[in-house]
Design a protein around this ligand. Structure first.
Ligand code: PNS
Length: 166
């Protein structure tokens, strides 16, 4: 059974992430979407909220071999724990490459049997990122085409709740 881990911040999951997860789910036996928790990074959604959103998105997309988890440790330790053979990541543009290359080489140094597989993003999602979604949404722009409907609902709820508490 070939298991891969698709790690990220997912703050929040976008249609671009979903596309990569769907494509990985069609190739591998099991895909674990891992919300990597970085205590030093201030995120819009809590790890639990991000996990719940991804679970709902995967369920609505009918991705039965996709599991969702979170972890605050080293990625390669998680990979070893779950017996995964590779890390799956999406590459949008040349600007992503240097950072992804560095992470891939570091992970390979730390755990030589762990490969990183890059999926080139679908052209329709090349411009898309979680930070763009947060920025456009926060300024009242239309983000319905950037994220799955249930994620849009959660962003809208959170932004509305934030305004109410000021
Ligand atoms: O979506 P992001 O923020 O670009 O994802 C980066 C992520 C979560 C994949 C990376 O920061 C990571 O792997 N974090 C886990 C901790 C770790 O192992 N760091 C060393 C990576 S070389």
């Amino acid at each position: 059974m070939k298991t891969v881990v698709c790690p990220g911040s997912f703050d929040p999951i976008t249609n671009g992430h979903l596309d990569i997860i769907q494509r990985a789910s069609g190739i591998f036996d099991r895909v674990i979407v891992l919300v990597a928790v970085n205590q030093e990074k201030k995120c819009f959604f809590t790890p639990q909220e991000r996990v719940e959103m991804i679970r709902r998105v995967a369920e609505e997309a009918g991705l039965e071999n996709v599991r969702v988890d979170s972890d605050d440790g080293l990625l390669v330790n998680y990979i070893q724990r779950v017996g995964a053979c590779a890390i799956v990541k999406g590459l949008r543009a040349v600007s992503d490459f240097e950072y992804e290359f560095q992470m891939s080489l570091t992970n390979h140094k730390l755990l030589p049997e762990c490969e990183t597989i890059f999926f080139t993003t679908s052209s329709r999602n090349m411009y898309l990122s979680s930070s763009i979604v947060r920025q456009v949404g926060g300024l009242g722009g239309d983000i319905t085409q950037f994220v799955p409907p249930c994620v849009y609902e959660r962003i809208h709820q959170k932004l509305t709740a934030g305004k109410g508490s000021k």
